[in-house]
Design a protein. Structure first.
Length: 103
């Protein structure tokens, strides 16, 4: 059990890529009218130490640990993509609705 908890903590803090919503530089409707919302887009960032030269190989002892680590790492990246993508879609929908109603 301790091994699984340790590997889970390592995966969470050592993921290779996370996605997050940001405000888009290209605001299509801002010249036409003033709006409270902004258009969003997804951005990604490399986070952690996986694949870098500072990765400590002591975290992975056998093939099963490596498989668990890679699957969990993919799960964390996919989860951030789904959550951040949903935030961006909802935010852009609200932005579009504001444009339709107020402009």
């Amino acid at each position: 059990m301790l091994k699984i908890v340790t590997l889970t903590v390592v995966v969470v803090f050592c993921t290779s890529c996370v996605f997050y919503p940001t405000t888009s530089d290209n605001q299509k409707y801002s010249s036409n009218c003033s709006m409270a919302t902004r258009m969003l887009e997804l951005d990604s960032k490399y986070v952690g130490i996986v694949g870098g030269s500072s990765f400590d190989e002591k975290h992975i002892n056998d093939e099963d640990d490596l498989k668990f680590f890679l699957v969990a790492e993919g799960f964390v990246s996919a989860t951030t993509l789904i959550v951040s993508g949903s935030i961006a879609v909802i935010g852009n929908t609200i932005h579009w609705l504001e444009y339709q109603v107020s402009c």
